[in-house]
Design a protein around this ligand. Structure first.
Ligand SMILES: [Zn+2]
Length: 487
């Protein structure tokens, strides 16, 4: 007899989030961490099916916004990487390729830690006239490589899944418009389809991407209270076009440097947030459209004599549902075992069929979000349609309520310190400045509480009262900022 693996989750999400997360990733077969090189994981079919859905949503939206897909190599020249470093200070832990066979390469190259240094040298060859712009390009279903010290499946890895847009414009205004469009893409995908709530921040100047004039990020909070950045979009100004020589001739036949933006949703972090925010003590919970298996049919058989008609009825039901992703679980395992397994994997709808249902031409439907009812076979399609909407609504409501409770206010530094001890989420506070002169206060905050200034809300900042004082230095406060611990 085959060894039965332990299926269920043995800890409560509220009591031990870290262990809960590890068990869900492993037991729902999302990723296998036994690959053998630290920080490199195998995305297993069930998990990868969900990740592909995230990619599909993003591809659909950026193409709707006139982006064209391209595909660059996974490597980058040393000289281009250096150029980026000199200019933007970007200095990740780089993996170098320096040998081929037993011969040392004359010019080593790197596994790409990000896209700019490999894409922008090519952009300097592609555009000649202002009429060539705007240009909007993207690549999807690719990786970048950084030798991170601590790694955790989907949260931080040495190879992580990537998606990036790189847009080129004639004017700064077009760049700023694009930032708003990127925000809209986040709304339509991460918020509306994947159901992850977030706040969209303009990062403080000391925490922006170094090659950017400004950085903007949708951030959420995981159940352990840490802020996680779901994506970032950068107003690159003309910094990179100057560093990499990307110029076009304007209407007056003068050469001008172009304006650029880039946008990168963190595919793995979106995945980590989906697992963590929607899941419960039984395992995953997935929006209906994202589920690799949307409906599971489980026969409940009490005796040999019931066997045949019940199984036949199950097959009839399966045939009716051919427009959905359906699994008819006809395995030897007990019904209880099957319930646990498919709940763990977040299958949105479970159909239970026993002798009584078979005789009465009825079906018992159980939703992963808890509802249960008995329906007639004739109304099956209508009920599935209704249930799929109900599940999504339940997930969305629950996530929004969760997130609503993740923001508190603090009026004094003592109050802030008290709250931060036990509270998991954002704290809104008045702050002196999000430009360079506020960095001292941010550093003090970080040292004393381990929390960061996430930024100010964008595009509409919170209103601040005239007499407000910075929570750290007590000088006049210019902004309301959101403070949180972060990954
Ligand atoms: Zn201050």
């Amino acid at each position: 007899m085959a060894k039965k693996e332990k299926k269920g989750i043995t800890v409560k999400k509220d009591e031990n989030f870290s262990e809960w997360y590890t068990q869900v990733v492993e037991r729902a077969k999302l990723a296998d961490i036994r690959f053998g090189i630290q920080g490199f994981i195998v995305n297993m079919p069930f998990g990868f099916s969900i990740i592909r859905k995230i990619y599909e949503y993003l591809e659909e939206e950026v193409e709707e916004d006139n982006h064209e897909a391209f595909l660059f190599p996974n490597v980058v020249k040393e000289i281009d990487l250096k150029k980026e470093k000199e200019h933007a200070g970007f200095n990740p832990e780089v993996f170098w390729v320096s040998e081929v066979g037993d011969k040392k390469l004359e010019e080593r190259f790197a596994l790409r830690p990000t896209g700019e240094a490999q894409i922008y040298p090519m952009y300097s060859l592609w555009f000649r006239s202002y009429k060539d712009l705007p240009f909007k390009g993207y690549q999807s279903r690719i990786s970048v490589f950084r030798a991170e010290k601590t790694t955790r499946p989907f949260i931080r890895g040495r190879e992580f899944l990537f998606f990036e847009t790189h847009d080129v414009f004639n004017t700064h205004n077009e760049s700023l418009e694009q930032i708003k469009k990127d925000l809209e893409i986040c709304n339509k995908t991460i918020r509306d389809k994947i159901k992850i709530p977030f706040l969209f921040f303009k990062r403080p100047s000391w925490d922006k991407f170094l090659g950017a004039d400004n950085s903007f990020t949708p951030d959420t909070v995981l159940p352990d209270g840490k802020r996680t950045q779901l994506a970032s979009t950068h107003d690159l100004g003309r910094n990179f076009s100057k560093a990499f020589g990307i110029r076009v001739e304007n209407e007056n036949e003068e050469e001008e440097f172009v304006w650029q933006t880039c946008f990168g949703p963190g595919i793995s972090r979106i995945m980590a947030s989906l697992i963590s925010i929607h899941g419960d003590d039984k395992g995953l919970i997935l929006p209906f459209d994202m589920a690799p298996i949307q409906i599971v049919i489980i026969p409940i058989i009490f005796s040999e004599k019931d066997n045949k008609p019940v199984l036949k009825y199950c097959v009839d039901i399966e045939k009716k549902l051919k427009e959905y992703k359906v699994k008819f679980d006809n395995s030897e395992n007990s019904p209880g075992y099957k319930f646990n397994e498919w709940e763990l994997k977040g299958v949105p709808i479970r159909i239970e069929v026993g002798p009584k249902e078979t005789k009465d031409k009825k079906i018992t439907i159980v939703l992963r979000t808890g509802e249960k009812k008995s329906i007639k076979l004739d109304s099956l399609l209508k009920e599935v349609e209704k249930s799929s909407k109900l599940i999504d609504k339940n997930i969305e409501d629950k996530a929004n309520l969760y997130f609503k409770n993740k923001t508190k206010n603090a009026k004094s530094y003592d109050e802030l310190k008290n709250i931060i001890e036990n509270y998991k989420g954002f704290i809104k506070v008045p702050f002196c400045s999000v430009e360079k002169d506020g960095e001292k206060c941010a550093n003090k905050l970080k040292e004393e509480t381990a929390a960061d200034v996430s930024g100010t809300l964008y595009p509409k900042e919170d209103k601040i009262l005239k007499e407000s004082k910075c929570i750290i230095c007590n000088k006049k406060a210019k902004h309301i900022v959101y403070v949180a611990k972060s990954y």
